[in-house]
Design a protein around this ligand. Structure first.
Ligand code: NDP
Ligand code: 8X3
Length: 251
């Protein structure tokens, strides 16, 4: 029995991770901005699996709130074993000269700075225990830049670099760091990227069997449950029909 902290648990990978870790008897701290979804997930998982869930609604971009809310949880909840830094998004898909500055701010503030704020609050808890595991949601986009992906790709390249940096700095404390890098997965991701345009969102997965949120959660769970001396540092996962960020076999 362990405590797993998952950011962005109101949808997609985060929600699927919450379900997977709960099924396997772990207590959870789940975060996201949508309080109602967090409450519903808490009720469902506690009832179904007899585990305890602590829902925390906050925006990872708000530095003060992140440190106040996480710093203020009961001490027994700070014995976190695994931090899944999953909250993130792509906003827009525009050529660099046409990019919307608000989209850029949102991606960098969430995917890079938000991940850092949460990590900074939680890492001391892992250090106290002299063990733990940080699983960052990077992306295939972090190493393979595609047309119009510019700032999103850069934010995930930052996640890759931060994962490497964390691994080096936290090595003396026995803390594992894994950068999970999915390719095309059908979640709310494209709906968010295209600001609610369902046709554009669906188009991303046309002719493909994309990854599901559960596929990615299974891989994250696998990484988190390896023997203590084994660490997957980076793991790229794509659908069979995706060979790289820009090469698909659509049928
Ligand atoms: P979803 O849109 O389905 O879920 C994103 C989650 O992040 C939601 O729970 C959302 O919660 C949370 N979130 C977003 N912004 C904030 C914020 N400012 N503060 C707090 N929580 C936030 O997307 P995915 O599950 O697909 O994406 C999860 C991660 O995986 C992201 O980092 C994404 O970049 C990455 N990824 C996704 C891929 C894909 O193809 N789907 C592929 C590779 C990586 P709420 O809105 O309630 O705040
Ligand atoms: C999400 C995958 O290729 O749409 O990170 O950027 S991709």
């Amino acid at each position: 029995m362990a405590i797993i902290l998952i950011t962005g648990a109101t949808a997609g990978f985060g929600k699927a991770c919450a379900e997977k870790f709960a099924q396997n008897g772990n207590d959870l701290i789940i975060t996201g901005r949508r309080q109602e979804r967090l409450n519903d997930l808490q009720t469902t998982l506690e009832k179904q699996y007899g585990i305890k869930v602590l829902p925390l609604a906050f925006d990872v971009r708000d530095q003060k709130t992140v440190s106040t809310v996480l710093g203020g949880i009961p001490e027994n909840w700070k014995k976190v074993s695994v931090l899944v830094n999953n909250a993130g998004l792509a906003a827009g898909l525009s050529s660099i000269e046409e990019g919307d500055l608000n989209d850029w701010e949102e991606m960098i503030d969430t995917n890079v700075k938000g991940l850092l704020y949460v990590s900074r609050a939680v890492i001391p808890w892992l250090i106290d225990q002299r063990k733990g595991h940080i699983i960052n949601l990077g992306s295939i986009a972090g190493s393979q830049v595609y047309a119009k992906g510019n700032v999103y790709c850069a934010s995930k390249a930052a996640v890759a670099a931060l994962s490497k940096g964390m691994r080096i700095d936290l090595l003396p404390y026995g803390i594992k760091v894994t950068d999970v890098q999915p390719g095309a997965a059908e979640t709310e991701f494209s709906l968010v990227r295209f600001k609610g345009n369902e046709d554009k969102a669906k188009g991303v997965y046309q002719g493909l069997k994309p990854l599901s949120a559960e596929d990615v959660a299974d891989v994250i769970y696998y990484c988190a449950t390896l023997p203590p001396h084994v660490c997957i540092n980076e793991l790229e996962i794509t659908p069979l029909q995706q060979a790289s960020a820009y090469y698909y076999h659509r049928v």
